[in-house]
Design a protein around this ligand. Sequence first.
Ligand code: AMP
Length: 281
Amino acid sequence: MKVFDYKADLQKELRDLAQKNKKIGFVPTMGALHEGHISLIKKSASDNDITIVSIFVNPNQFNDKKDLENYPRFIDKDINLLKNAGCDFVFTPSVKEIYTEEDNRIFDFGDLDKVMEGKHRVGHFNGVAQVVSKLFNIVNPDVAYFGRKDFQQYVIIKKMVEILNIPIKIIACPIVREKDGLAMSSRNLLLSKDQRKNSSFISETLFKARNLINKLNVKELKDWVVDTINSNPFLEVEYFDIVDDVELKSINNWQEQNNNVGCIAVKVGKIRLIDNINFNL
Ligand code: AMP
């Protein structure tokens, strides 16, 4: 496995591989790697000849400065983990290496980035699109892998490649959870012991909600999820919505769409966690 800090070095290596017609898979991450990330890397390694992982904490996607400062960083540990995960190249650029100059691009994703995460973290998805489009330009992979954990992000990246005519296939991978059901996240590391223990109540409630779709209408179910989670003193729901999986529009009755996703953000003290679940009929 080779580690590159500079895009020119990585691109030199990639040019040689392109001449040999190697199929390239790419997994962008912000590091503090866990089994969720590793599942994407393993999928890429099984689908492609070469797998590239980037580790870059992108300042442009943080709307909260404190969140950026506190974001966990374990670069040496990450590189060790990647050695056994099927990764061939790791790209670890500095902020200057990615943003050689200020990126002022504004993307138009229609309503996709006006709801849920986009509504509560204004500018977040524009920053994600800035960095992912730059990374796509540098790496130029055949396929890129994203987790369904960040479901809205996956939908927006798919829209981005469509808008920009980028010929990269976007694959979504299932959410990897801890034993108690909590969706794995680098931010889980920031939770206290009590907060961590109580956070599994989020997914527990979502799983129960899935069994209630024959008994409750959409509004009743949304209220039930919010009230149930808020009854735990460690947790405070920021939003919970049930949307279709293409346009991310709120549904009003179960028959409206077949592929519904319930997306949630919960504050656990100062830490903000997200999760989602399919409500397919
Ligand atoms: P991040 O480092 O948080 O930016 O995540 C990098 C990629 O890993 C994104 O595509 C995430 O959706 C994905 N990812 C993060 N956590 C999980 C998880 N628990 N299960 C599956 N994919 C995940």
